[in-house]
Ligand binder design. Structure first.
Ligand SMILES: Nc1nc2c(ncn2[C@@H]2O[C@H](COP(=O)(O)OP(=O)(O)O)[C@@H](O)[C@H]2O)c(=O)[nH]1
Ligand SMILES: [Mg+2]
Ligand SMILES: [Zn+2]
Ligand SMILES: [Zn+2]
Length: 392
C-alpha cells in the first residue's frame, strides 16, 4: 500500500496544530509600526470574503494604513505561518520514543544527512522554512553535536518550555527529471512537500493525558518514527558485556506504543477493529552498542545503498526489516511486535546509530552516524516522493 497525497482543503497550523479551512487565515500589517497602528498592536486583519471560497488569500490590504501585506498568521495562536502554508502538501513526521531513546541526537544527525547527502542523491533541495527553524536547529542540535562534540541536553517538557513546541519545518522540493528536465535550463519544480519534525520530551509521553494535551501532532502525523533504545530492553541488558554502561530503565516500549495507538484512535475516531493507516517506522537506535550481539556479516552493518543508487533500494530495505524484526523477537519483545501489527496497517523495522559511539562524560568521542536516513526515505517512498527498485 502507498499513500496518496491529495490537495487538501484544510491546513494544520504547525505551531498549535489546530485545523483550519484554507480561507481561515489572518494577516498582520507589514508596515512600519511607527506608521500603522495595526502593525504596532499586532492586530490581526481578518479577510472579509473568507466565507466565499475555500482558497487561501495570497495577500490583503491593511484596513488601517492600506498597505498590502502577505504576512499570514494562525487565527488560533496568532503565530506567523510559513509562507508556503496551504500551498503544498504538508507531511508531519513525528519522532516518538521514551525518554533517552535518542530522539534529539537522531534529529540532529538526520537533518544534517538529508541536507548534505540525501538531497543531492535524490535530486531535491531541502531548506528551512523559517528563521526559527534555522536558528533552533543550529543552536540546539547542530552546534553541540557537530561543532562542540557534546551531547545534547535533555529536552524539556513541552508543557513547561515553549521552545520545545517549536517544530523544525523544512521544504523538500523535487525538480523535473528525465528528458524534459534536462532540456530546461532552470529545471521546473515538480513538487514541494513541507516536512515538519518534532522532538518530544520523554515526560510528555509518560501519560496518555499529557500526550493528548501537548502532542496533538501525533494524531495529525503523516508518519511516525518510533525510536526504541535497545539498551532499555531487559534481555539486551542481560546479554551485553559488563563494560557497556546502561541507561536508567524507564517506560516500557509497548506501553508507549499502545498509548500512541489509543490516542490516534480516539482523536481520529478509528474503531479498535480497524488498523490505523499512518505508516510507522520502528527504529532501533544506538545500534553501535549492540555490536557484540549482532553477526558481523549482517546487512545492518553495511551502509545503506539508497543514496548511492538514487532510488529506495527495496532489497536492502527488506533485508534490514527482516533482520531487525527477528532481532526484536529474539529479545523477547513478541508483545511489541504483535501490538504493532494489530494496530497499524503499514510498518517496518529499521536499525541505526546517530552517534556511532557511546558518549563518554558528555563528549562524543567519534561521531559516526550509520543508516540514519533509512526510515525517512521509506516514508518518502510510501508517499511516492521517491522511487523504489529491487536489485537484480
Ligand atoms: N551509544 C549511543 N548512545 C547514544 C546515541 N544517541 C544517543 N545516545 C545516548 O542516549 C542519550 C539520550 O539521547 P537523546 O537523543 O538525548 O534522547 P531523547 O531523550 O530521546 O531525546 C544521549 O545523551 C547519549 O548518551 C547513539 O547513537 N549511540
Ligand atoms: Mg531529547
Ligand atoms: Zn496556530
Ligand atoms: Zn497597516
Amino acid at each position: 500500500m502507498k499513500f496518496n497525497l491529495r490537495k487538501k482543503d484544510y491546513y494544520i497550523c504547525p505551531y498549535c496544530f489546530s485545523k483550519h479551512k484554507l480561507n481561515e487565515v489572518n494577516f498582520i500589517c507589514s508596515n512600519d509600526p511607527d506608521v500603522c497602528l495595526n502593525a504596532r498592536n499586532l492586530k490581526p486583519i481578518v479577510p472579509r470574503s473568507a466565507e466565499d471560497k475555500n482558497e487561501m488569500p495570497e495577500s490583503i490590504f491593511c484596513n488601517e494604513c492600506g498597505q498590502k501585506t502577505n504576512i499570514k498568521i494562525c487565527p488560533t495562536c496568532s503565530t506567523e505561518l510559513p509562507y508556503s502554508i496551504g500551498e503544498y502538501d504538508n507531511l508531519i513526521f513525528t519522532v516518538i520514543g521514551t525518554k533517552g531513546a535518542g530522539k534529539s541526537h537522531y534529529i540532529a544527525v538526520l537533518i544534517d544527512k538529508i541536507m548534505n547527502e540525501i538531497a543531492s542523491a535524490f535530486d531535491y533541495s531541502f531548506s528551512a522554512v523559517d528563521d526559527a527553524t534555522m536558528k533552533r536547529y543550529r543552536n540546539d542540535f547542530y552546534n553541540p553535536v557537530f561543532r562542540r562534540n557534546e551531547i545534547i541536553g535533555v529536552t524539556h517538557s513541552a508543557k513547561t518550555d515553549f521552545s520545545v513546541k517549536q517544530p523544525l519545518i523544512y521544504n523538500l522540493t523535487f525538480r523535473e527529471s528525465g528528458f524534459f528536465g534536462m532540456l530546461l535550463k532552470s529545471r521546473m519544480i515538480s513538487n514541494t512537500v513541507t516536512i515538519t519534525f518534532f522532538d518530544t520530551s520523554g515526560e510528555d509521553l509518560d501519560s496518555e493525558d499529557m500526550m493528548k494535551n501537548v502532542n496533538k501532532y501525533i494524531y495529525n502525523s503523516s508518519g511516525l518514527i518510533f525510536l526504541i533504545d535497545p539498551l532499555q530492553l531487559e534481555s539486551v541488558r542481560q546479554r551485553l558485556p559488563e563494560n557497556i554502561k546502561l541507561p536508567e530503565q524507564n517506560t516500557e516500549i509497548e506501553d508507549l506504543l499502545s498509548r500512541t495507538a489509543n490516542l490516534i484512535r480516539k482523536e481520529n475516531g478509528i474503531k479498535v477493529d480497524k488498523p490505523i493507516d499512518i505508516p510507522v517506522a520502528v527504529v532501533f537506535s544506538k545500534m553501535d552498542a549492540l555490536e557484540s550481539l549482532i553477526d558481523s556479516s549482517s546487512c545492518i552493518n553495511y551502509p545503506s545503498s539508497h543514496a548511492r543508487n538514487g532510488y529506495f533500494d527495496l532489497s536492502d530495505f527488506e533485508d534490514v526489516n527482516d533482520t531487525i524484526e527477528s532481532l526484536i523477537r529474539s529479545f523477547g519483545e513478541e508483545n511489541f511486535v504483535n501490538q504493532l501489527s494489530s494496530n497499524f496497517k503499514e510498518y517496518a523495522y529499521f536499525g541505526m546509530t546517530a552517534l556511532g559511539c557511546s558518549p563518554e562524560e558528555g563528549k562524543i568521542t567519534k561521531l559516526k552516524p550509520h543508516r540514519v536516513e533509512d526510515p525517512f526515505l521509506w516514508l518518502l517512498y510510501k508517499y511516492k516522493f521517491i522511487k523504489g527498485e529491487k536489485k537484480k
